[in-house]
Design a protein around this ligand. Structure first.
Ligand code: C5P
Length: 219
């Protein structure tokens, strides 16, 4: 029997960057490394939680002892997160989800165009955090907000608009913070507490603080 403050809790975490196909060999993605989401999965497991990691693109190995489901596109991630919602106690959307996808990916590899230009039509992806926010019952829902300006104001707006319970805001314009780095500097926003500014530190330490804070409010 596992011990820890998240014992008997099912924590579902999305991580990495989604992949949106253009044709069978090409895709649109982003610079997410998956490090923050994987660190959260590890921290939750350390605290005794049953963890499901839903992983989009990353080069990280599957964490030992953690159920890891691999998906690629935002639409697949949406289906997977909605499927796990009923059994989840905590859901953390740490994945970098592409806001748009290619409307109709080509069935065959695209050839060079005689005209010298190629137009891709992008259509909007579902906002998964907002979908989960609209569907959730007792689940505690956590999102991330990476901003380059007006960090706290934008993050606060997202918290309310997407009906999340906690939002982790990070200023990605700062050095050594966020995408790809091992360190991060975040501010934790919740519905009913003052924002908590955490100092720059490695992602696993941040993940442990976040899981600690979540356990305090859900227990
Ligand atoms: O609106 P923005 O992309 O900044 O919101 C970030 C948060 O929303 C993250 O938690 C991210 O995982 C989630 N998100 C989502 N679906 C999208 C875009 C973002 O779930 N299409």
């Amino acid at each position: 029997q596992k011990q820890g403050v998240l014992k008997n809790k099912h924590v579902v975490i999305s991580a990495g960057g989604t992949i949106e196909p253009i044709d069978p060999v090409r895709y649109i993605s982003n610079r997410s490394s998956g490090k923050m989401g994987y660190a959260l999965a590890k921290a939750a497991a350390e605290q005794g939680a049953q963890v499901t990691l839903v992983s989009a693109s990353t080069t990280l190995p599957d964490p030992i002892g953690i159920k890891t489901i691999h998906i690629q596109s935002a639409q697949d991630l949406s289906k997977q997160m909605i499927a796990t919602l009923p059994t989840a106690d905590v859901i953390i959307m740490a994945a970098a989800v592409s806001d748009y996808r290619v409307g109709e990916p080509a069935v065959n590899k695209l050839k060079k165009q005689a005209s010298g230009e190629l137009t891709l039509t992008l259509v909007e992806n579902p906002d998964i955090l907002a979908q989960l926010g609209a569907m959730k019952k007792e689940q505690y829902l956590v999102g991330f907000a990476a901003e380059t300006q007006n960090l706290l104001a934008y993050a606060q707006t997202k918290l309310v608009k997407k009906n999340a319970d906690m939002l982790i805001a990070n200023d990605v314009s700062k050095h050594q913070v966020g995408f790809g780095y091992d360190t991060n500097q975040v501010t934790i926003l919740t519905k009913d507490q003052e924002p908590e500014v955490l100092p720059l530190q490695d992602k696993l330490s941040i993940a442990r603080k976040i899981m600690q804070k979540i356990s305090e409010v859900i227990n």
